[in-house]
Design a protein around this ligand. Structure first.
Ligand code: FAD
Length: 114
């Protein structure tokens, strides 16, 4: 790599910068257009989820940077992934009339098990 070319939206090269490295920064817009008619998005186009990672659509769960969770970090996305997976499992268990995963205090009803 020797340089990068900055192009205008019409494709015309606006500037040529000599460099031998680049750092890719996180984007500014969540790519959620493909679910915009299925689940609720906020003004920043993030998928709105509750603490169980449930979306506005029954049976659809979401996790990670694409949701409205604050602090976009790897460990937070991974934790949310676990939450979404357990919630999806409990949702399916409920449909099958089977018990939910017991990962909460005994006094707490897991999502989908109420
Ligand atoms: C430059 C940079 C540095 C960072 N440094 C840190 C750090 O030091 N520590 C830290 O904790 N976090 C860091 N982060 C944040 C961390 O990378 C994210 O929080 C984490 O990767 C989010 O995980 P995710 O699974 O939600 O999303 P992603 O890791 O973005 O995974 C989403 C995946 O979905 C794919 N995808 C998108 N659209 C579609 C589609 N329509 N169909 C199928 N697949 C699709 C994408 O290609 C991608 O592979 C950094 C982020 C950036 C950009």
């Amino acid at each position: 790599m020797n340089s990068i070319s900055l192009r205008k939206q019409n494709g015309e090269i606006a500037e040529e910068i000599e460099t031998n490295a680049i750092f890719v920064e996180m984007g500014y817009i969540a790519k959620t257009d493909f679910v915009k008619d299925i689940v609720k998005l906020n003004a920043d186009k993030e998928i709105v989820v509750d603490k169980y990672c449930a979306t506005s659509a029954e049976g659809i769960f979401a996790a990670g940077d694409v949701t409205d969770v604050p602090y976009k970090q790897a460990v937070i996305s991974a934790g949310q992934g676990s939450t979404a997976a357990l919630s999806a499992y409990n949702y399916i268990q409920k449909l099958r009339g089977k018990p939910a995963s017991k990962t909460d205090w005994k006094s707490v009803n897991p999502v989908g098990a109420k």
